[in-house]
Design a protein around this ligand. Structure first.
Ligand SMILES: NC(=O)C1=CN([C@@H]2O[C@H](COP(=O)(O)OP(=O)(O)OC[C@H]3O[C@@H](n4cnc5c(N)ncnc54)[C@H](OP(=O)(O)O)[C@@H]3O)[C@@H](O)[C@H]2O)C=CC1
Ligand SMILES: O=C(O)CCC(=O)C(=O)O
Ligand SMILES: [Mg+2]
Length: 745
């Protein structure tokens, strides 16, 4: 991004499949945009780029990259912001280490990841790397609340071309297990501030020490703050019970967390489960594991990597002992049964928002080690949100699988602005070192605002939610209700202290709007799910207005049921400062897709989310800058996207059939045809006519050129930092298509 010129649309360069797709789509977008006087500039916020941005002093002049994320974060606070944000990796420690290794191998002199930082220098390095772990991008850029929905054309397409849904049986034994006490829900305390205050978080230990965990947090007037903890004792007892229950009853065991977004608490929650499951082996080898620095909060992959340095016989012994644990444990659900990757391999492999819908779509089943689909106990320790999944499972058992041909749609209006709720909790989450009292205390007056009795090992955290963010969220929900004609349900549980505070604010802020004729209700999550599903099967639509976690969970869950994937969602973040961020889809960066490209030169990534986001971005830009050409581009793009869906020109997962590049070609063809045919702007029509003609005449030839490259391995020169020239060559393999694009260059 250049500082001297104000970019009009910022297109982010991210990771994995979306990064690859960008190499093919962006040149088209830039070429089209130019004719409306729009500069489409890029901003690299990939995990590799973010790592390099942390160590400018260790890099050569050419290697150095600017801190694009910080710059983009600032841009979101300006009214002219117009950002297209593609999904990016929220890195686990294992992924981060792999990225560091790749960069080092490429000659970037960045330091190793310090496992156990001791010196000040190591601590500094670790602190910089910590900024690149987990969900590090989204909370910075999402300076607005979230509006995610399936556009009408997409929903219609799904109704006409329903995806596969596996059957549900009433005899299914699949279920969700969550804690009934001792979790974050159970002991939560919450209040709304009476004025701006600065607070500290401190632990007064039983032995009389005062440990300041967070010296200062500045809070705004009317902000909601929460203090909550998860009891380690209760969590371990819960795991013991559920593991044993799965064994006794003969269902598979699976664990589901969101370790990327809850990047401090959930890895700990995950690690405890692994240690309990393999308790005997951990008891026997615990000391050795400690010496090796094994940390299964990062998954069993960490253990296997670290023991690889041991003599072969010792490794064998450990593996035998781990294996022996399986004899008195239930069968474990697999992430990849062909490769022997279990549910415990890495916390990032079992991200709730993606893993639970996949299980529900598969008739409540997951894969076992033998590659067969089986009933499963889905363990999600935190009760707050786990219950919605049990409710939808109950519903499927009773009513059978959803029917994409007839089911209604469930758009979401999600609270996430200004680091709302869990997003802002990472630097306020602590693993308690000693029994004591955990206080949130006013720095000036010494008043203890919220207090909890905690024990060693408990996870204590504070969440915040700013008043302005809540007010904006209510406004967005009302606007969406008005514009769509759909009822809105706020999924809020009055028994949960944080949400009781929100309910008061929602009721208050609803009065700021004209809600005549609108159907707006507030229900606890379980009731809201039931109510919504009763409508869904009757073909009725219902907007869910939720907090941050359910925003994430529901915007994968419903799209996956309705459309087969969350890639087809329109995902808008109206920024509170007046700008817009247009996210693409609601899912992730599909690492499996990269593997297929490298092995078979086929990219199955569907850029529909990008097409939808781009159309809204262009339209907004047209409205704000009074740029009529941008509006024409937007309208033509929407029409082209509709045509692409109607003609079935989305990518196929199968090598040898149309892939991502093929679908980009068809989008370009239809977009050019629409522009050539429209009558609103004669100049644009004249400009795009030759391109439309050329592409139309060469359709078969280009489609063949794009298919011909498939079926053999290819090289993009890296995983986290692909080689730009190689990427360009792989992602733009049709000479005829590339030459045609020159017509509008
Ligand atoms: N907004 C963001 O930045 C987000 C980032 N992430 C990050 O993405 C990474 C991977 O997450 P994971 O949980 O595996 O989820 P993904 O959404 O990347 O993958 C799950 C599956 O969804 C399908 N899918 C998702 N998007 C598309 C698309 N555009 N086209 C076609 N299929 C698609 C694919 O299924 P199939 O191939 O079977 O068809 C894919 O294997 C993590 O690092 C995670 O943190 C996750 C969510 C949002
Ligand atoms: O920030 C992340 O890691 C993922 C966010 C996500 O899954 C979503 O926004 O749907
Ligand atoms: Mg998500």
């Amino acid at each position: 991004m250049t500082a001297e010129k104000t970019p009009q649309i910022v297109y982010t360069l991210t990771d994995e499949a979306p990064r690859l797709a960008t190499a093919s789509l962006l040149p088209v977008v830039q070429a089209f945009g130019r004719h409306a006087g729009i500069d489409v500039v890029t901003s690299d916020i990939s995990v590799a780029g973010r790592i390099l941005g942390q160590f400018p002093e260790l890099l050569t002049e050419e290697q150095r990259v600017t801190d694009n994320l910080a710059a983009l974060g600032k841009l979101t606070l300006k009214p002219e912001a117009n950002i297209i944000k593609l999904p990016n990796i929220s890195a686990s420690v294992a992924q981060l280490k792999a990225a560091i290794k790749e960069l080092q191998d490429k000659g970037y002199k960045i330091p190793d990841f310090p496992e156990k930082p001791e010196t000040d220098e190591q601590k500094d390095i670790r602190a910089r790397y910590n900024k690149c772990i987990g969900s590090a991008v989204n909370p910075v850029l999402r300076e607005g609340n979230s509006d995610r929905r399936a556009p009408k054309a997409v929903k219609e397409y799904a109704r006409k071309n329903p995806h596969r849904m596996d059957e549900w049986s009433q005899a299914s034994r699949s279920h969700v297990s969550h804690m009934h006490d001792g979790d974050f829900y159970h002991g939560e305390k919450s209040l709304t501030l009476d004025r701006a205050r600065s607070v500290k978080m401190e632990l007064i230990t039983k032995s009389g020490k005062t440990i300041v965990l967070k010296p200062k947090v500045d809070l705004l007037d009317r902000e909601v703050i929460d203090s909550m903890f998860m009891s380690k004792k209760a969590l371990l007892a819960f795991y013991e019970r559920e593991i044993e229950d799965a064994r006794k009853t003969g269902v598979m065991f699976s664990l589901h967390v969101k370790a990327t977004m809850m990047k401090v608490s959930h890895p700990i929650v995950f690690g405890h489960c692994v240690k309990i499951f393999y308790k005997d082996a951990f008891e026997k080898h615990g000391k050795l594991f400690e010496e090796l620095g094994v940390n299964v909060n990062n998954g069993m992959v960490d253990l296997y990597t670290k023991i690889a340095s041991l003599p072969a016989s010792k490794q064998e012994e450990i593996k035998r002992d781990l294996h022996a644990c399986h004899e008195h444990r239930p069968e474990l659900a697999m992430v990849d049964s062909a490769k022997g990757i279990t549910n415990f391999h890495s916390p990032n492999d079992i991200i709730v928002d993606a893993s639970m819908p996949a299980m529900i779509r598969a008739g409540g089943k997951m894969y076992g080690a033998d590659g067969r689909l089986k009933d499963v106990k889905a363990v999600m320790p935190e009760s707050t949100f786990a219950r919605i999944y049990q409710e939808i499972i109950n519903f499927c058992k009773w009513h059978g699988a959803f029917d994409p041909k007839t089911m209604g749609t469930v758009p979401n209006v999600g609270l996430m602005a200004q680091q709302a709720e869990e997003y802002g909790s990472h630097d306020k989450t602590f693993e308690i070192t000693e029994d004591g009292i955990a206080n949130i205390t006013d720095l000036e007056t010494g008043e203890v605002l919220l207090s909890q009795n905690v024990e060693q090992g408990d996870i204590w955290r504070m969440c915040q939610c700013k008043d302005a963010a809540i007010r904006d969220w209510v406004k967005l929900a009302v606007n969406r209700a008005r514009n769509s004609g759909m009822p809105v349900v706020f999924w809020l549980d009055s028994y949960r202290p944080h949400e009781a505070q929100l309910i008061r604010k929602v009721k208050m802020y609803l009065h700021e709007h004209d809600t005549t004729g609108l159907d707006i209700q507030i229900m606890s999550q379980v009731r809201a799910m039931r109510y919504t599903l009763e409508r869904v099967i009757r073909g009725l639509d219902t907007i869910s207005a939720t907090g941050n976690i359910l925003r994430d969970y529901l915007t994968d869950l419903f799209p996956i049921m309705e459309l087969g994937t969350s890639a087809k969602m329109l995902s808008i973040v109206p920024l509170m400062a007046g700008g817009g961020m247009y996210e693409t889809g609601a899912g992730g960066s599909a690492p499996k897709h990269v593997q297929q490209l490298v092995e078979e030169n086929h990219l199955r990534w569907d850029s529909l989310g990008e097409f939808l986001a781009l159309a809204v971005s262009l339209e907004e830009l047209g409205i704000k800058n009074k740029n009529a050409k941008a509006k024409v581009l937007a309208k033509a793009l929407d029409a082209a996207t509709g045509k692409l869906l109607d003609n079935g020109k989305g990518p196929s997962p199968k090598t040898g059939e149309i892939d991502n590049r093929g679908s980009h070609f068809y989008l370009t063809l239809y977009w050019a045809q629409e522009l050539a045919a429209q009558t609103e702007d004669a100049e644009l029509a004249a400009k795009f006519k030759p391109l439309a003609e050329k592409l139309t005449a060469n359709e078969a030839k280009i489609a063949d050129e794009l298919k011909a490259v498939q079926g053999q391995p290819t090289d993009i020169g890296g995983y986290f930092l692909p080689d730009a020239a190689k990427l360009d060559k792989v992602m733009r393999p049709s000479a005829t298509f590339n030459a045609a694009l020159q017509l509008i260059a």
